[in-house]
Design a protein around this ligand. Sequence first.
Ligand SMILES: [Zn+2]
Length: 346
Amino acid sequence: MRRITGLAAAGAATMAVAVVSLFLSRVLTVQETGTSAKGVEAVITDTISSRQIPVQLRPQLPSASAPPAVFPTAAASPIPNATSPQPACGNPDALGVSRVVEIDTTGGPGFGFEQFKAYDFLRDREVVLTFDDGPWPGNTQAVLKALADQCTKAVFFPIGKHAMWHPEILKQVAAAGHAVGSHTWSHADLSKLTVEQAKEEFEKGASAVRAALGTSETSFFRFPGLRNPPEMLTYLGTRNIGIFSTDMDSFDFKIRKPEQVVASVMTRLKKRGKGIVLLHDFQHPTSLALPELLAQLKAEGYKIVHVRSKDSLTTLPEYDEAIMKEFGPGTVSTRSIANVVRTVSE
Ligand SMILES: [Zn+2]
C-alpha cells in the first residue's frame, strides 16, 4: 500500500513538473529592459495556447447606430498621421508603458475575467486600456492626444463601418503605435444572428479595418455587448483570433460627466487591483475624461501594459471585396492623404 502510495506520489510529482514546464514553455519569455516612462520598458512575450471556457451573457451595449450626443470638432493639438515617425516621449513624468505583452492568438484564446478565466497575465496594479466603437471624429483624436501626452499605449476595437467612414482617423490610431483589433461590421448582437450572419459580421469588420489601414492589423476581436455565442468562439478559434472581454467595464457609454467616468474606472480598479479596462473612444465624455484618468492612474501607482498579437490578422478575400462593393470604389485608399493631396500654393 505504502509502495503504491509512493509510486502515486512520484507520478503526481512528475506530472506536476511536466505541467509547470509546459506552462512555462508556452507562456513566458521575459526580456526586462528597465523601467522609465519613455515608452516600452520591458518586453514580455506570452506564447499562449488555446483554450476556451463557457461564457455568460451580459447586457448589450448601445447600438453603433445611436451616436453620442456631442461631436466636437477635431482636437486642436496636432495628431501624427500615418507617415509620422513615433516621437520620443517628452514628458518625464509620463504614465508610460511598463511592459509589452505579445499574445500568440493560435486557437482563439480569450482574455478578461468577465468571461475568460484561463489566462491571468496581469500582475498587481497592471492595467490594459481598451477603447471600443471608434473611430469617431474629435473623440478618437482627443483620446489619442491624451495617450500621447502620457506616452502610453492602448488596444482599440473599431467598428467596421466607422473605420470605412473615417479611415484617416484609424490610420492615426495605428500610426501612434496602438494595437487595432476589430469589433464587427455594424456592432450587431451576434447572439441574435445565425452563425453565417455572425461570421459575416466578424469578417466584414476585420476586412474594414484592413481596408482603412491598408494593412492587416492586430489579430484581436471583441464581441459587441460582450455577447459571444459558442459557435462564434469555435469559429474565431479556427481563425486564430484573440478574444477580448474585460476585467472591468467602465460603463462609460451610460455616463455623461467626465469626472464620473474617471471615478467609475478608479473605483473598480481599486477593488480589483489590476485589469483590462473597457472604455469607448466613441464616447465624448470618455474623451474628455482621459487626461484626468491617466493622471490618476499614474498618481495611484498603476502601470500600463501594452498588448499586441504575435501574428497579424489574415482577412478573407471575399469579404475584402464585399465591403468595397458595399462602400463603392474610392471610399478608402491605402495611400495617405499627403500622398494624394498636396498644397502647392497658399
Ligand atoms: Zn461596442
